[in-house]
Ligand binder design. Structure first.
Ligand code: ATP
Ligand code: MG
Length: 655
């Protein structure tokens, strides 16, 4: 076994074909059609992308050159001019879509707004004018720190309209994390709200803003725009803070969309920080617009009457690409929900599907694990028959969670698209196409047309069938990261130098481990940083965890390596249990046996720790690097600023 690769130990043989009735009406109907598209994009990427860009987007000025690739820096549609907001709104106003709902929004307290394309356009123009009035010019950065309310989408689109890159900071982040991001982005204006609703409680956003900006800690910020949401008393800093509704009232609703160069930045977004300090990922305009537009269409098989619900927060890339830009560029109807499952009505998400006849539902494994924990009675008590397609993103999904999603939410009739991608990739990269791809639970299946994915060793050589290695992308794609903001060196070293170019071919390093099975399916095995080395066997976290999660007692599992003189590392598993189970030595033994049965003795956890919760990022991903320090008995020294709940760590220390 080469030290360069990862061993695969778990077999998953189940296979699910798309329902015939789904394929018949799908945008891409046959496997041959996918292969043809894939082959066309592979052999002549520039004409492939140029044709689609021409057909699908509105350009103020056509490009001179499709791709300028000076590794590791790519430019797409060089010389072309367009506007992301124009493509999302203005071009839908001429026909039937004018009065079509663009955004259906549900607040936690039960308030609901339905905003048509024409109305959204008007509100966006007003806010764009308000920003201009405050001195925001093309190229100035605007911070957005909002709950999941329509104003979040309006603010983003307003920035795009005037060419001011936004940096959206997830509304659950602390003052400290907000300050760091505003400082790094050097933002001129910040858009926030008095508060937001989450789990029937107020999230005090404005208070965090006041803390983040106190003592002029972020000197670049000139104004704070405050949306009135919760209506509770807040501090208003004279001269700095302004109410959103006042500004909107004063502003004209006519605001031309600024022609942007294709390569002008559209936004900066910080990664989730699962592996360390977050990176400020820079995306640009033309390629990003095109790729999110096309992936929304093909991956979600978007049809005119769909109601598309992506449950991510707009503070993550998933929210950027598949709540706002991708769906709106296609003239779709999106659903947006302010909060989380509410204590008084934990099934409220299913109520929304029933009420609004949602057809496409896109969520994360962490949410699915929560749904499983809450029990299938909740979804079963609602009418979910409007659903026709399900999606997941964010982490590898354990096959048992996939099966639950398929059975309970999808009623065994909805294809599931397990979409692998990253903040850096801008859009979905590896995914089934729902009308044509036979799915295997836990596999993201095949690359999207135009994406040349491979699994290689550290020297860049492709590894064999079922051998785990490093997931890389071998050719630029339109929505790829352009650089790390103000830090091109970090861009180069993080993504392009871990694996040396081979025969002039540069490889984008994803940081994830993967394998390809005998049918060519790609399986993401977890992060490279989290690989465990037991007696010379390098194991990915996903497979060992999947064996544990397949036991009915286990809600969530995270495995890490603990240094061992004998074996190099031994496996320690952190487990949260389903409500009806209690920790016991007996159960530990049973779980260890489960791993031995499913995988073999080499993956047998040396120890199992039951805990109430696992440390997660604010975007819901399990942070194994901190568990690794805990298991080793070390001080936890890594970056903890992106943790959802720091007290989880303290509680784990006392186990
Ligand atoms: P950081 O880069 O700061 O450590 P992060 O990688 O968690 O944080 P994101 O860009 O939000 O930041 O997440 C992308 C990562 O999420 C991928 O690299 C992969 O590890 C994981 N991921 C996303 N979707 C999937 C999926 N469908 N299957 C497996 N893993 C996935
Ligand atoms: Mg990452």
């Amino acid at each position: 076994m080469s030290p360069n690769t990862i061993e695969s130990v778990l077999q998953e043989e189940r296979l699910f074909s798309p329902p015939v009735s789904f394929s018949k009406n799908a945008r891409i109907k046959t496997w041959e059609a996918y292969q043809e598209l894939y082959e066309k994009a592979r052999s002549d990427p520039e004409s492939f992308w140029a044709e689609i860009a021409e057909r699908e987007l509105h350009w103020f000025k056509k490009w001179d050159k499709v791709l300028d690739w000076k590794p590791p820096f790519a430019q797409w549609f060089v010389g072309g001019q367009l506007n992301l907001c124009y493509n999302c709104l203005d071009r839908h106003l001429d026909g039937d879509r004018r009065d079509k709902p663009a955004l259906i929004w549900e607040g936690e307290p039960g308030d609901c707004r339905i905003i048509t394309y024409a109305q959204l356009h008007r509100e966006v123009c007003e806010m764009a004018n308000a920003l201009k009035h405050l001195g925001v010019r093309k190229g100035d950065r605007v911070g957005i720190y909002l709950p999941m309310i329509p104003e979040a989408a309006i603010a983003m689109l307003a920035c795009a309209r005037i060419g001011a890159p936004h940096t959206v900071v997830f509304g659950g982040f602390s003052a400290e994390a907000l300050k760091d991001r505003l400082l790094d982005a050097n933002a001129k204006v910040l858009i926030t709200a008095d508060g937001g609703w989450r789990k029937e409680d107020i999230v005090h956003l404005k208070q965090q803003v006041d803390r983040a900006l106190a003592d002029d800690k972020v000197p670049s910020i000139e104004h704070v725009i405050v949306v009135r949401r919760t209506g509770h008393p807040i501090h208003i800093e004279p001269g700095r803070d302004l109410w959103w509704d006042d500004l909107q009232e004063e502003a004209s609703d006519q605001c031309p969309a600024e022609p942007m160069d294709s390569e002008d930045p559209s936004f900066i977004l910080y990664t989730s920080g699962t592996t360390g300090k977050p990176k400020g990922v820079v995306h640009t305009t033309g390629g990003y617009n095109l790729y999110t537009h096309l992936t929304t269409q093909w991956v979600f098989d978007l049809q005119e009457n769909d109601v598309f619900w992506c449950t991510a927060d707009v503070g993550w890339i998933t929210g950027h690409s598949y709540i706002v830009y991708g769906p709106l560029s296609n003239g779709a109807t999106i659903l947006m929900y302010e909060g989380a499952p509410r204590p008084s009505n934990p099934g409220c998400l299913w109520d929304l599907i029933e009420k609004h006849r949602v057809t496409i539902f896109y969520t994360a494994p962490t949410a699915i694990r929560l749904f499983i924990k809450m029990g299938e009675e909740l979804p079963k008590a609602r009418d979910l028959s409007s659903l026709r397609l399900l999606g997941t993103v964010g982490e590898p999904i354990n096959p048992s969670a996939w099966m639950w999603y398929h059975r309970v939410i999808g009623g065994e009739r909805c294809p599931i698209v397990d979409t692998w991608w990253q903040t850096e990739t801008g859009g979905i990269m590896i995914t089934p196409l729902p009308g044509v791809t036979k799915t295997k639970p836990g596999s993201a299946t095949f690359p999207f047309p135009g994406i040349i994915a491979d699994v290689v060793d550290l020297d860049g050589n492709p590894v064999g069938e079922n051998q785990g290695g490093y997931l890389v992308i071998k050719y630029p794609w339109p929505s790829m990261i352009r650089t790390v903001y103000k830090n091109p060196d970090r861009y180069r070293s993080t993504y392009w130098e871990n694996i040396p170019p081979k025969n002039g071919e540069y490889m984008y390093f994803t940081g994830d481990g993967a394998r390809r099975d005998r049918d060519g399916y790609l399986w993401v095995m977890g992060r490279i940083d989290d690989v465990i080395n037991v007696a010379g066997h390098r194991l990915g976290t996903m497979e060992v965890e999947s064996a544990l999660v397949s036991h009915p007692a286990v809600a969530e599992a995270a495995v890490v390596g603990k240094p061992s003189e004998l074996k190099g590392e031994e496996i320690i598993a952190f487990i949260t249990l389903e409500d009806s189970y209690t920790p016991s030595e007996e159960l530990k033994k049973e779980l260890k046996n489960r791993v031995v049965e499913e995988i073999g003795a080499l993956a047998r956890p040396e120890d199992i720790q039951f805990c109430e919760a696992l440390p997660k990022t604010r975007s819901g991903k399990i942070v194994r690097r901190l568990l690794r320090s805990l298991a080793a008995g070390e001080e936890v020294t890594g970056d903890t600023s992106t943790l959802e709940d720091r007290s989880v760590l303290d509680r784990l220390r006392n186990v």
